[in-house]
Design a protein. Structure first.
Lengths: 213, 243
């Protein structure tokens, strides 16, 4: 009669280990550990998301130093609110939502700081959509490498001129490659609205980037 | 029909991720419609440019700065508690001051009420009969202050002592002993109703003290405006006819 001496001989040990490993390294598990005072778990979460969040906020605000500050503020808020965190959403959705709110607040603060805006003269008076002044650059292009850099700068500037409600979904979709469902959850709106805003945002960009297309 | 179709196809292409396969209908449409083909090419190019922006990296000292920030927050927590406690003390002090103020104001109002009650409840002096002599203590300087028609009983002039000076208010009223007449509509119609004011015995007399114990009495002689009649049968200004 054969007797099993170790659990490894049962044959499902590798799968079990894999599950345990995944469970302990999931975002939820790391946040649980953070809640119980594990600083390393929080450091792991930070290392997972710091680049994504910094990059996302940078694309939103077009200001690197400000983006770094806001990314840090995002993590501080996550840390402080760890006790109140609920598992109903993915952690990425949760942290992106915080980052989005901070970025939008920053954009609004900047808008308030602008006492007189030259672009105000070019805004439609019939209640239509407000557009920043950024006329398409129709000059001929020269060197390929320069073109590439210039094109990226141009698209970054063009994104920066989009109204915030179009900017966030466009970045989340076309830069970060997130699904409509996730974007809708991050922005707390419907999928239909997200699709429509992305489509309009691309329309604006196409107009501004005509020279590069 | 075709416009609608173009719109639908463009929306479908727009919603797909780059490199994702589209439907056979869209393929068919793109083959036929040059405008939509152009749109699709431009849109794909644009999305590639936007996608090429990529991820910007956080600075190397990101973690260090974050730890410092969290540590600063943690160390400032007692300061926050102290600030809250300090604000609590301020609130408590404010409450005590307000409560004291309420007590003081209430006491002052009660004193005012007492003064009012004294003013409303005059000392009742029995009217003197014409042949009755006034009390001895109240006859001083009678001839100077008394105006014609004013009986000595209606004038009260007292020189206060030092103790009275401390207790009394700066002014006092000497009020006629007879109460005001009350008029009501209980009299039968047709009967003449007039104010029964006897001008010969009802002067208005005020006695003032200047705060140094000197009293001054002012006596206003009665003035007759004739008699007033109450009109029977309601308001005289009421409309006479139906509107």
């Amino acid at each position: 009669m054969n007797t099993l001496t170790t659990i490894d001989e049962l044959g499902f040990a590798p799968a079990l280990q894999q599950d345990v490993l995944e469970d302990t390294t999931s975002d939820h598990a790391l946040l649980e550990a953070t809640r119980s005072g594990d600083q390393d778990a929080f450091a792991e979460l930070v290392s997972r998301y710091r680049n994504q969040i910094t990059s996302y906020i940078y694309r939103m605000t077009n200001d690197y130093d400000g983006a770094v500050d806001l990314a840090q503020e995002t993590f501080v808020r996550v840390y402080r609110a760890a006790d109140r965190y609920q598992r109903s959403y993915a952690f990425s959705t949760y942290i992106y939502r915080i980052a989005t709110n901070l970025a939008i607040s920053e954009l609004r603060k900047r808008k308030r700081r602008k006492l007189v805006s030259l672009t105000g003269f070019f805004q439609p008076t019939d209640g239509g959509e407000a557009k920043e002044l950024n006329p398409p650059d129709l000059r001929p292009l020269q060197d390929l490498e320069l073109v590439d850099t210039e094109r990226r700068n141009a698209v970054q500037r063009a994104i920066g001129t989009l109204p915030e409600k179009y900017r966030a979904p466009l970045i989340l979709r076309d830069v970060d490659g997130r699904s409509y469902d996730e974007i809708a959850k991050i922005l707390e709106t419907s999928e239909g609205t997200v699709k429509s805003r992305i489509s309009r945002a691309r329309g604006f960009l196409r107009e501004k980037m005509r020279a590069y297309l | 029909m075709r416009k609608t179709n173009c719109k639908q196809i463009r929306r479908e292409l727009d919603e797909l991720m780059l490199g994702e396969a589209w439907s056979a209908i869209a393929t068919e449409h793109l083959r036929e419609c040059a405008e939509c083909r152009e749109f699709h090419v431009q849109q794909t190019k644009l999305r590639k440019i936007v996608g090429s922006l990529g991820t910007v990296e956080a600075p190397a000292d990101f973690d260090f700065r974050l730890r410092a920030r969290l540590a600063k927050d943690a160390s400032s927590a007692p300061a926050i508690y102290w600030r809250l406690m300090r604000s609590g003390l301020v609130v408590a002090a404010t409450v005590i001051i307000v409560a004291l103020g309420v007590v003081v104001v209430r006491d002052a109002m009660r004193q005012g009420e007492n003064i009012g009650e004294v003013a409303r409840k005059p000392e009742v002096h029995q009217p003197l009969k014409p042949d009755e002599a006034p009390p001895v203590g109240r006859q001083e300087k009678q001839s100077d202050d008394v105006v014609a028609g004013v009986t000595p009983a209606t004038i009260r002039k007292v020189r206060p002592t030092q103790a009275d000076y401390k207790k009394r208010p700066l002014s006092s009223f000497a009020i006629s002993s007879t109460g005001a007449s009350v008029l009501n509509g209980t009299k039968p119609a047709g009967m003449s109703t007039a104010f029964p004011i006897d001008s010969s015995v009802q002067p208005f007399t005020v006695s003032l003290e200047d705060g140094r114990g000197n009293a001054k009495t002012i006596s206003v002689p009665t003035v007759s405006f004739g008699s007033q009649r109450i009109v029977q049968g309601g308001n005289q200004f009421a409309p006479k006819r139906d509107w």
